[in-house]
Ligand binder design. Structure first.
Ligand SMILES: Cc1ncc(COP(=O)(O)O)c(C=O)c1O
Length: 420
């Protein structure tokens, strides 16, 4: 049985290779090769009908939800297949991915410490004898973690949250719900400056009531990036009783491989949490897996609001993903190509865009985007304009693979040519 499933997984992989052609080999192709191939494709008049995207029905080019167009790591699929017959069991002890996370994020773990006899696990056989305090707080997706943060730090009332406008807005969105329920939560939205977080203004906005400040880096939907130095300076200036949330859902798409993430700030400051997800570069939003990097003090506070662990298959797939560097590199390469290609074409078309360090890009179409989006959808291409109030002529387009990106560009040009 397992063998036949593994065969199916394997044939799925070769189908994928077939579908995306030589380009999926990615690692072997330079960005210049990819762009040259893209030029060839651009003149071939590809339409959505030519596309069979991974995880969506044929004929739909879904570039709206910041997903990974090449799907999860084949190793993750294999790990799911290998573990699927164990789901009739609770996975108490299993699913420890902290070792793999530590290696991936370059964080040194403290040695496990022996628990006092009275605190040892059930069974009398010394179960759960050792406990390691790690900086990882693992949840069923990072959205769940952001909700947990809001619950722990804002829901009691007499609290305040500061977030950029435009920012991802999940934590302040939770706070809005609390307000509607009559809870005393203040929300301060600090306008972005040149589409970037205005950290000085965010710092100046802090009051004695402030409980949480949220930074999304790279930001969603603007795709802009703060330098490590800017973030560090900000963190060092925030009072220690205020929690700084640094949402790094898209951090893996930053072009500079030497970019320093905020992880080290989370391991050295008791009031900083960095949140991460397996939904983006690792391509498994359907599995729901995310984590925070933070102090034990934060973990204790959040732990009080935990409602359940991530599931066993998510753990298995997550661990396998962390170990598959080549898939990670391929996912990055696809996104870097997408950004280069869009920048190149938008420049030729004279369209204003926000250079992005993420797997999506905002572009100003110069006319109301709603009609254009609808028309594009009729032609099989799905994008969003989530900021239509503030930016009614802009759309946000998420990364497709090379062929999907060409279809997006073809359809955009066609529709822009027709609509007023
Ligand atoms: C900035 C940001 N943070 C967090 C999330 C939530 O991701 P997930 O719940 O899939 O881990 C998203 C999803 O798109 C996001 O854009």
């Amino acid at each position: 049985m397992l063998n036949s499933i593994m065969e199916k997984v394997d044939s799925g992989l070769s189908r994928r290779r077939f579908l995306t052609g030589a380009l999926a080999a990615g690692a072997a192709l330079t960005l210049a090769d990819r762009l040259a191939l893209a030029q060839t494709m651009a003149s071939s008049g590809l339409t959505a009908k030519d596309i069979h995207g991974i995880g969506v029905e044929p004929g739909l080019v879904r570039m709206a939800l910041n997903e990974n167009p090449i799907g999860p790591s084949p190793m993750a699929l294999k790990a799911i297949a290998e573990n699927m017959f164990k789901i009739n069991r609770y996975s108490f002890g299993g699913g420890d991915i902290t070792g793999a996370l530590a290696e991936f994020d370059g964080i040194e773990l403290p040695p496990p410490r022996e628990l006092p006899a009275g605190m040892r696990g059930m069974g009398g056989g010394g179960g759960f004898r050792f406990r390691r305090q790690t900086p990882f707080f693992i949840t069923a997706g990072s959205g769940a973690l952001l909700t947990q943060i809001a619950l722990a730090y804002l829901s009691k009332g007499g609290t305040e949250v500061i977030e950029a406008d435009m920012g991802y807005g999940d934590v302040s969105g939770e706070a809005e719900d609390y307000q509607e329920a009559g809870i005393d939560v203040n929300i301060i939205r600090v306008p972005v400056k040149n589409y970037e977080h205005d950290l000085d203004a965010m710092l100046a906005a802090i009051t004695p009531k402030t409980s949480v400040v949220v930074i999304t880096n790279p930001n969603n939907p603007t795709g802009t990036l703060l330098s490590f130095e800017e973030t560090e300076k900000f963190v060092n200036s925030v009072p220690e009783n205020v929690l700084v949330v640094i949402d790094e859902a898209y951090i893996h798409f930053v072009k500079d491989p030497a970019y320093q993430t905020a992880a080290s700030l989370a391991t050295t400051h008791d009031n900083v949490i960095v949140t991460r997800t397996f939904s983006k570069v690792f391509g498994m939003p359907g599995m729901r897996l995310g984590y925070g990097i933070c102090s034990q003090a934060i973990q204790e506070k959040l732990g009080f609001y935990s409602t359940g662990r991530a599931n066993a298959l998510a753990y298995a797939a997550g661990e396998a993903s962390l170990k598959d560097r080549s898939h990670y590199d391929r996912s990055r390469a696809v996104v870097l190509h997408f950004r280069e290609r869009l920048e190149e074409e938008f420049t030729k078309m004279g369209l204003e865009f926000i250079p992005s360090e993420s797997n999506f890009m905002m572009v100003n179409l110069g006319k109301p985007s709603m009609n254009i989006m609808r028309e594009m959808f009729r032609k099989g291409v799905m994008v969003t304009n989530r900021r239509r109030q503030q930016m009614p002529t802009w759309i946000r387009v998420s990364s497709g693979d090379e062929r999907e990106t060409e279809v997006f560009l073809n359809v955009l040009k066609e529709v822009l040519g027709k609509t007023s």
